[in-house]
Structures are given as C-alpha cells and as structure tokens.
Design a protein around this ligand. Structure first.
Ligand SMILES: [Zn+2]
Length: 397
C-alpha cells in the first residue's frame, strides 16, 4: 500500500480535496487506486502504508484547451498584440510544411505530460495528421477566417464539405473534429451565423477568440483603436455593432451554439452574465495574455457568476512552452489569493474537458494508476510506471 500526498487531490468531479492523498494498492501486476481522500484520514486508515511527500496536485491529467500546434516552429515573439499578428502572418507565409510544425507541437505537448488538447487547425494536411495521431485526444478545430460577407455562402459550403470529410476520418480514442471561428470581426456576420448553426446541427465543438485586447473592444464599439491599421483593407467591410464582442455574438445568436470562448480578457459584468446564461466555457491563456500585453483575465468576476474556466497555452509564438502545468502555475502567480489552488486544478481538469465538449473523467477505487497524475510546477512529477510501483511491490512481499 502507498499513500501519495498533495496540496490538492481531485477525482475529477465535485470539489477538490485540500491537503489530500491518493492511496494505491497492488493487485498482481496492476497498481490501482484504493481511494482519493484527505491526507490525514489516509494516513490514519493505512498506518502501514509507505507515505510519499507532498506534491502540488493529484488529479486526472489536465487539459491544454487551446493551442496552435502548427505554429510550433514560430520563434517566441513577446511584444504587443498588434506587433504579434503581422509576425504570425509572415511566419505562416514562409511555412512550407505545417505538418512538420504540428509534429513538433505534438512531441512538445506529449513531452509536457498532456494527452488531451484543443488545437486550432488551419490546413488540410495538419487536420489529417492530427486525426491520425494515437495517444492524443481532444478536438482539432478547423479554423474559419473570412471577413468578406459576399464570400460567406461559398466558405460555408466548403467548410461543411470539409467537416463531413474529416468526420469520416475520426477514430475512437483519437482527436475529434470541431470548428473554430477566428474572431467576431475576422468572420463576417452571415458566416458566424451559418457556422454556429452548423455546429449545433452536427454537434461540433466550437471555439472563438473573443475580447482578447482593448483594441478589439474599441473596434466593435465604434471602429476605432489599432485594428483599422492592423487589418487594413482586409476588414474594409467592418461595421461596428456598438456592442461589446460578447454582446455582438449574443445578439446575432452565436452564443446559442455554446461556443468555447478563448481569452475573454476585456469583458464587463453584463458580458459574463450573457456567457453564463448561454452556458459557455471560457479558456484562460495567462502567459499568452501577459506576453502580448493583452491585459489581465478577470477570473474573480467569472468565478462570481459560476462560469466554467479552462486553461490553454496558446501557441509557442506567444508562450514559452506548451505545458499546461506551467500555465496553471502562472495563473496561480497572476491571480494570487483571488483564485484558490482547488479552483485552478478543477479548471485545468474538468474545465478543460468541458471546453472541448468531452465528458470529464472521474478516478476512483479500482481504477488503474495511469488514470491520474501526480503533478507539480513543471509537470507530472512521479514516474508511477517504474519507481513507485516497484516500491509498492517490495512492500507487498
Ligand atoms: Zn489562439
């Protein structure tokens, strides 16, 4: 028998346990969970067990709910958002083999100890590559980017065809297909409506980047701010709604599709109420927001309204790594006492699954030890497959 303690122990459902522990037992060659409970009660109930020191968390593996693996060859480029976007555009133009970049991304994600991701996919080749990956689950979101309303019908029919094709390639226990609307201003209103309708009709997970910068707010309010210069002729048809980006998405019916809303830094309380009413999940990318000077995600306001928050790394262009564990610790440093470690772990695990439209996992008695992770600041900390399980074997002899 073995007890591993952690600041937070979470079985995947309900409220995480502060100062918790997982109790492991060996049955023949398999090491399984006996219980996840408070550290104190575990030590009392199993006085003969080997007790390992405390780590940060014990939980089902956390999810990286938002990334762009095809940008994994882009140099890390901190600065302002307005400087970053042209760099992404230039990088993509020069990128001859996006699959090679996505491969690097997959390796990085796996090396960081994550197997469930939400990835934004631009190219056909990367989509096919991801749907064929083993050992990786989650959603590959086909990105739609077309601000010209006269092209809405054409792009919609093309997207619908591609989605059908990709869904036919889906395999059990691998990545599934979703759609990403790039943002509320880089996709025209008719296309936003059509695609969100398609998402409902075909039960497709949907993600949108929303309210990432203060410039986005100004652009939606009255067409001012840095966006007219940033996007130039591309957004020549833009007519500001006078609303917030969230208010605009609510007004035109997109929130009815319950999209997962990524970033959500510049929101007011009415926006948060709207999001909560619609039942949307929000993805927080703390390092990307900090590195691109986007501002501070108002987590306390989302918490006040009970919104489900997930965690994402965004791309290697705007973040130092693809480790969601490092992202969680960055969030902890950023939000301090306003968000508890319990809420952070629940967000990274349950929130992450919700963001991708997946059923959150639950670990309990009899489950194999591979169903959970013991993790700290930089990632999974214990190789339970070797050291720890051998140790349990010795104890049982
Ligand atoms: Zn993104």
């Amino acid at each position: 028998m073995m007890i591993i303690g952690a600041e937070v122990a979470y079985n995947g459902l309900g409220t995480p346990q502060p100062n918790g522990a997982v109790v492991l037992q060996r049955r023949k060659s398999q090491v399984t969970v006996l219980s996840i409970e408070s550290y104190g009660s575990a030590v009392k109930a199993f006085p003969d067990a080997v007790v390992l020191g405390k780590d940060f968390a014990i939980s089902p593996p956390p999810v990286n709910a938002h990334t762009h693996l095809d940008l994994s060859k882009m140099p890390y480029s901190p600065g302002s958002y307005e400087e970053f976007i042209p760099q992404v555009v230039r990088h993509r133009r020069r990128l001859t083999d996006p699959v090679e970049a996505a491969k690097i991304g997959v390796e990085r994600v796996k090396a960081a100890g994550t197997t469930v991701i939400g990835d934004i996919v631009k190219s056909d080749s990367v989509m096919r590559f991801l749907l064929n990956q083993t050992g990786l689950r989650g959603v590959a979101y086909l990105e739609v980017f077309e601000p010209d309303p006269t092209l809405a019908k054409k792009v919609f029919f093309e997207t619908e065809e591609r989605i059908k094709e990709y869904q036919a390639l889906e395999k059990p226990s691998c990545m599934q297909v979703g759609i990403s609307l790039h943002s509320p201003h880089t996709v025209s209103e008719p296309l936003l409506k059509e695609i969100s309708g398609l998402s409902v009709q075909r039960n497709l997970p949907l993600q949108i980047h929303v309210s990432e910068t203060s410039g986005e707010i100004a652009f939606h309010k009255d067409g001012t701010g840095p966006f007219p210069e940033l996007y130039g002729d591309l957004l020549r048809n833009w007519k500001p709604s006078g609303l917030t980006p969230v208010g605009y998405l609510a007004k035109i019916g997109v929130l009815k599709a319950r999209p997962t809303l990524v970033h959500m830094v510049h929101v007011n309380e009415a926006d948060v109420r709207e999001v909560q009413r619609a039942g949307c999940t929000v993805v927080h990318c703390p390092r990307s927001n900090a590195n691109l000077n986007c501002g501070r995600f108002p987590w306390a306001m989302f918490a006040k309204h009970g919104t489900t928050v997930a965690i994402g790394t965004d791309s290697l262009g705007s973040s130092q790594s693809l480790s969601v564990y490092e992202e969680v610790h960055e969030a902890m440093a950023l939000h301090g006492n306003s968000i508890s470690p319990l809420a952070l772990v629940r967000s990274a695990v349950k929130g992450g699954h919700r963001a991708l439209g997946l059923r959150p996992p639950k670990v309990g008695r009899g489950d194999d030890q591979t169903q959970f992770q013991v993790w700290g600041r930089r990632g999974p900390n214990l190789d339970l497959g070797i050291g720890v399980t051998d140790n349990i074997g010795e104890i049982d002899k």
